[in-house]
Design a protein around this ligand. Sequence first.
Ligand SMILES: Cc1ncc(COP(=O)(O)O)c(C=O)c1O
Length: 438
Amino acid sequence: MPDRYAGSRARLQRAARVLTGGVSSPFRAKAPVPLFFQDAAGPRLWDVDGNGYIDYALGWGPLILGHKHPELVETLRLQAARPHHYGAQHELEMEVAERLHALVPCAELCAFCCSGSEAVAAVFRLARAFTGRNRILRFEGHYHGWHDQELISYRPSPERMGPDHAPCPTLDSKGQPPNSLENVVVAPWNDLPALEDLFSRWGEEIAAVITEPVLCNSGCLEPEPGFLAELRSLTRRYGSLLIFDEVITGFRIALGGAQQHFGVTPDLATFGKAIAGGVVLSAFAGRKDVMEMMLSGAAFGGTFNGNPLAMAAAKTTLDLLAAGHGAALDHANRMGNLLRQGLEQAAEQAGIALRTTGFGAAFALHFTTHRPLRQYRDLRYDNKELLQHFLRGMLDEGVYLLPDGRVYTSVVHHQDEIAETIGAARKVLNQLPRMARC
Ligand SMILES: Cc1ncc(COP(=O)(O)O)c(C=O)c1O
């Protein structure tokens, strides 16, 4: 059989001679085949072999408007003819900050940087400066970036993870200094008794609790009812700050992020990915008194902060999302829900145990019969081999998904794409090995 991906494989070999691993982020090397693309438009992508795909990876999340949205293209075209960088003040910065302030409940003040990892590093520093404490409480399975103090207990192995109610903090990378663990407390997510226990022990030392408000990086697991609200009251009781890492949920679950959706306002929040529709930008925002620590001794900077191209893209993206009280984002979430239902139904008909978790515009696939799915350790029972077969089958059918089975929808996915995807899934599910049939 001819190799559908021959062009990508050849380019990967060539790239690997000069680009480490042939990719710009080693996470990307894990896709069934690291594809090389030549074009994209709306919800669709084309690789260098001429294969077309419906795109549910969306650049790992940022492309909330799909590819080459005409209004974003026009914005960038106009902005390209203007100065690309000042490293100084200009009006677009305040225009974007005004939008964040209006949309995001916690955003009394905002700041801009370039990646989610950078935004998380900044809020850790602000929280420590504000409280005069060092410890950060975080949750197992949550991803907050790749820096030394961020990449902890994201993917702990069963031998190293420790007891269920008091996980051992673990390093996730070679080259991380062991003392990265010194100021960390790790808790199981969605487990209030464990959290109360950890707070009674460490509470007075905890500068901040950071959480993905929906655990998108480990199976798109939702917070149990009341969990985020309890987190809010516990942090208040102990004088710790609450940080929502909204790098994925921001401008995806709701215009005002998960904090608006769940009605719980953190002290600080981080944003990235969708904020500028695919142009490089991240942000953090929060309480005035905490944010202003950067004016009184908590260092923060960045050559490209407030870059005009990124600001212009963010302004247009936020305006498109906010039009008609968020109609476009509602649509993206509706399409995601339609797809979830269709995939679950197709699996049931094929006799495959498939469950989806998350919300419309970001959900994940789990080949499992295990219940409940509420924290990282529950994912041990997912049949990952079957997921890989499914992903590969879908790729061959022209559906591009992320390697961990996460599915993103955008404002330009419509019923046609959803129906086409469900049709492809039906075909693939029926071919999956019988081993997983229930
Ligand atoms: C929740 C969350 N926080 C932080 C990050 C880090 O963002 P970046 O990859 O832009 O550094 C990510 C990236 O996927 C993320 O999902």
